[in-house]
Design a protein around this ligand. Structure first.
Ligand code: ZN
Ligand code: ZN
Length: 408
């Protein structure tokens, strides 16, 4: 009998996982640089958290949730996204002050699997809770942008809009509804249904949106405070040298979203999966989850899509050194590996007693930048150091190993 990973899920093994490790390490680094603390929440929540927090009537809630009854008869759901859980946790902890939280981990949606659309997928994201300031929006947008640039995502652009708030949106939605009524003939069935319940979500439809380029933009219908907020976000991003494009028809079709909405687009990815992430301000979400009104802004990025966008380029060597044991020097080699590892280098070695030739093959396979041969020279406190890219080799003393690894 043999088993396969469940449909729509992936195993990530080396060498592909070298990219994942680099992306996850970079995420820890960049989110910490911007002052976001690690937040861990359960992989599952009471179903109601997501039904409310992701939004009743959304495709995710209606069709895609992994919902089941646990042995205690409670309805629980594997998290389809990260925001609702973080807000729920903040409210549960008293919702005092400001929380800048970063998370990363798998999310679950029952979808028709395709490249970049998996049933288990991996997201990293931040939530900036407790601040209404436009500077918080700009910081969040900037962090996602800097991270994606550091990750090496090609053809990256930031698309940005403001969708107003509870003051100014109703008038806009009425105007949009009138426009959409006049375009009924080009709308798909889903959009016709949404036209009755929530016209803004029609602009979310990937099929209909391209036919609706004349639709009024929420950014043109902002009240004075929303307009000032939007203007400050834009000028701050300009000052921070974050390039962005205004996207007049980029919306978040749920009522708890307010003001800033944005997406990170990798233009090389192709239309269907071009967004590698997105986010926005969701000042109404905490109330929906039964708490007080807590402003918040955040984003989530899809690592599966980022990896797709990066292509299959070779990652930098995951090992600094592979130690090759020649003759009867096993103990010395193990000791040397330990010393070098403790000094901060990434080191591996063979413990199977294979031939020198087989050990060099292993060094290549493991992606080592160099090899140290522990052999006859050991008696003089020296090893053979071989550059595995150029093939050059020389005999060096143990004291010279660090300098040799850092050679240009
Ligand atoms: Zn449509
Ligand atoms: Zn407004």
């Amino acid at each position: 009998m043999s088993f396969r990973a469940p449909k729509g899920t992936d195993d990530v093994l080396p060498p592909a996982s070298h990219t994942w490790r680099r992306l996850l390490l970079a995420w820890e680094d960049w989110s910490a640089r911007y002052g976001y603390d690690l937040v861990l929440t359960p992989l599952f929540e009471a179903t109601e958290v997501f039904a409310r927090g992701v939004g009743e009537g959304t495709e995710v809630v209606e069709k895609q949730m992994y919902t089941f009854e646990d042995k205690g008869g409670r309805s629980v759901t594997l998290r389809p996204e990260g925001t609702a859980s973080v807000v729920r946790a903040f409210l549960e902890a008293g919702a005092g002050g400001i929380l800048k939280g970063a998370y990363s981990g798998p999310m679950f949606r029952y979808e028709r699997p395709q490249a970049g659309r998996r049933r288990q997928f991996y997201q990293v994201g931040v939530e900036y809770l407790g601040s209404r300031a436009a500077a918080a929006d700009a910081e969040v947008v900037e962090l996602g942008y800097r991270y994606l640039v550091a990750a090496g995502v090609p053809g990256l652009s930031v698309e940005l809009n403001s969708i107003g708030d509870r003051q100014c949106r109703p008038a806009y939605v009425r105007k949009l509804g009138t426009y959409l009524e006049s375009r009924r003939d080009v709308l798909c069935d889903d959009s016709l249904r949404r036209l009755e319940t929530n016209p803004m979500r029609v602009l979310d439809c990937k099929v209909c949106a391209p036919k609706l380029v004349e639709a009024p933009s929420p950014a043109d219908h902002l009240c004075a405070p929303c307009a000032a907020h939007h203007e400050e976000v834009l000028t701050t991003l300009t000052e921070l040298e974050v390039p962005y494009e205004e996207a007049p028809r980029l919306v978040r079709g749920l009522d708890y979203y307010e003001r800033t909405a944005f997406e990170y687009v990798a233009t090389d990815l192709g239309a269907a999966q071009d967004a590698v992430g997105g986010g926005g301000r969701y000042d109404g979400l905490a109330e929906l989850l039964g708490g007080k009104r807590v402003p918040g802004v955040g984003f989530a990025l899809g690592l599966d899509r980022i990896v797709l966008a990066l292509g299959v380029e070779k990652e930098p060597n995951p090992l600094d050194l592979y130690i090759v044991v020649a003759g009867d020097r096993r103990k010395e080699a193990v000791r040397l590996a330990s010393d070098l590892r403790r000094s901060g280098l990434r080191v591996d070695l063979d413990v199977e007693g294979r031939s020198v030739k087989a050990q060099f093959r292993a060094a290549d396979r493991r992606g080592a930048a160099g090899a140290l041969v522990v052999g006859d020279e050991w008696a003089d406190g020296r090893v053979v150091a071989k550059d595995l890219t150029s093939g050059d080799q020389e005999v060096i003393s143990l004291e010279e190993v660090q300098a040799w690894v850092r050679r240009p």
